[in-house]
Design a protein around this ligand. Structure first.
Ligand SMILES: [Ca+2]
Length: 250
């Protein structure tokens, strides 16, 4: 019995209403391009090799989780937390590249360990060992438990050796940017993940559909959300941008 659990109707979320653009564009329209001040910058906690930079030729912030070195791990968390008894949706664009092939990929996490959380390198994808977490892998390197070098998976308890569910990606995760949408239906305790190419008119495809109680899996009512990434003997530059979190739009 979890008698201390908040009622289902409680609005525990700190992001109760509006869609929050975490990597907000600066000066949209370029009216005052000389200004480097973002209109609004929710705080981010960066760990390991993660750094924040500006997208080339654009007024947009980018989280670079790994920069192409070997055996790197990085994590980036929004320090504004997400209520797990409300529906929420997070969308982002990721770009993983390093010439012909690269490793190891990134993960989107919902976690209860805190803003300093950072896990193991290589196949650990930067989240191995973050036990109070639910990870969604975008995995570009085949380790022994992996079906191939281009798959998505839901992983509980920070253990990438065991997939709660796994599926081939319908698009290449390495090389070109892709767009992902993670959605949680709190009432049904259902997590879904869609991906699509960033090419104009590209169709979005449902890849993962996992029943999971996020509050139970993370041990918290309001969780940190963000990204981890890692490299190993192979490396890659792994960026995330155009990231937002909020209530589902439909
Ligand atoms: Ca892997």
């Amino acid at each position: 019995m979890r008698s201390t659990r908040a009622p289902r109707t409680a609005r525990t979320g700190l992001w109760a209403s509006a869609l929050l653009s975490i990597l907000a564009a600066v000066n949209p329209g370029g009216a005052s391009a000389a200004s480097a001040e973002p209109r609004y910058t929710p705080p981010l906690a960066l760990n390991g090799t993660a750094s924040l930079m500006w997208r080339a030729g654009d007024d947009e912030r980018v989280i670079r989780l790994t920069d192409g070195g070997y055996k790197q791990t990085g994590s980036a968390w929004s320090t504004l937390r997400v209520g797990l008894y409300d529906d929420f949706e997070s969308t982002f664009t990721a770009h993983i590249r390093n010439g012909k092939s690269g490793a190891d990929g990134i993960a989107f996490l919902i976690q209860g360990a805190g803003p300093r959380a950072l896990g193991g390198w290589g196949g650990g994808l930067g989240y191995r060992g973050i036990r109070r977490s639910v990870a969604i892998e975008f995995d570009t390197y085949q380790n022994s438990p992996d079906p191939n070098n281009n798959h998505l998976a839901v992983v509980l308890g920070g253990n990438p050796d065991k997939h709660a569910s796994v599926a081939n990606s319908p698009i290449p995760l390495h090389g070109k940017p892709f767009r992902a949408r993670v959605r949680y239906d709190a009432e049904r305790e259902r997590l879904t993940v869609h991906v699509r190419s960033t090419a104009e008119g590209a169709a979005e495809k449902l890849v993962l559909n996992q029943k999971v109680d996020l509050a139970d899996a993370t041990g918290v009512d309001t969780a940190w959300v963000g990204f981890t990434g890692a490299t190993g003997e192979l490396s890659a530059r792994q960026d995330v941008y155009q990231w937002s979190v909020g209530e589902p739009e439909d």
